[in-house]
Ligand binder design. Sequence first.
Ligand SMILES: [Zn+2]
Length: 356
Amino acid sequence: MMLLLVFDGHNDTLTDLYAPEEGEGRSFFERSEKGHLDLPRAREGGLMGGIFAIYTPPPEGSPERDLHYGLTITEDGYTLQPRSAVDHDYAKEFTEAVIDFLYKLEKEADGEIAVVRTYQDLERYLLEDVLSIVIHLEGAAAIREDLSDLEAYYERGLRSLGLVWSRPNVFGSGVPFRFPHSPDTGPGLTEAGKRLVGECNRLGILIDLAHINEQGFWDVARLSDAPLVVSHAGVHALCPSTRNLTDEQIDAVGESDGLVGVIFAPAMTRPDGQREEDIPVTGIVDHIHYVAERIGADHVALGSDFDGAQMPQELHDVAALPNLIQALRDRGYDGEPLEQIAYRNWFRVLRDTWKG
Ligand SMILES: [Zn+2]
């Protein structure tokens, strides 16, 4: 059977490769058993492009570098101590270094990968078999509160922005990691956050609602004139994590002609919220199917979180994407709906959001 092409809404590969202690020194151009995504494995799995996140880790020496820091196991789940904001200057320095690193990779790739700036780029790279890279900031900590540097980021290729990661910043607040718990965990956008939404709309930068708390979500839903997009999350009714979307949120995404990129991470997809990797790939299909049944197959897509989270055994890396596609076929998806989920929906929302 022909390999179905996939556009994936979220990975942390750039951050992982840039910080050698994370990426264990692997190269983007050589097939590795480490990590989840490199060019040879992307080709093998049918990945033609994706949104590549830049995530600023907690500063060196911070106890929050340990992912389990402040973990409390409860009777039916867990809570993680809320994460602290990161300093703007530190985030800016880190972010710019990763962008430099990406452009170095692009040069070394000799035409095999390219940073996407317009919708036309996306279509062209698809035809030319070039791996498309959309630059995304996972949390806006690197952006000045007065937004005076947002346009410079745009010029450098920024086309997608998560207003917050799971921590606060001057624009809003992300959800702390808790299970089971509602995503309604705190205040919505600040005045600066509201201005940021307007500026993203004006420039044509996609606003990503992954990690934002529920009040922030509704603020964006009210203010933004672009489709609502959640790049990597799951369904709260199937896995009641703070990171996952309630039915009302899913409906709002559908009404805006946006999309939900379904995450593959066990902690966000397993009904018990545990991190164990032995969730079958059909567990991911359950989330995709739920969203498709509720708001249509034209509003659900993929948002793996490769290199940013643990993966289920059957989707251990990007080369295993065909396992997911097969499981979708087994659930009855084929033809146009399957292509919509695999990449067409992402293409549509990027086209409808970007200017040019
Ligand atoms: Zn994330």
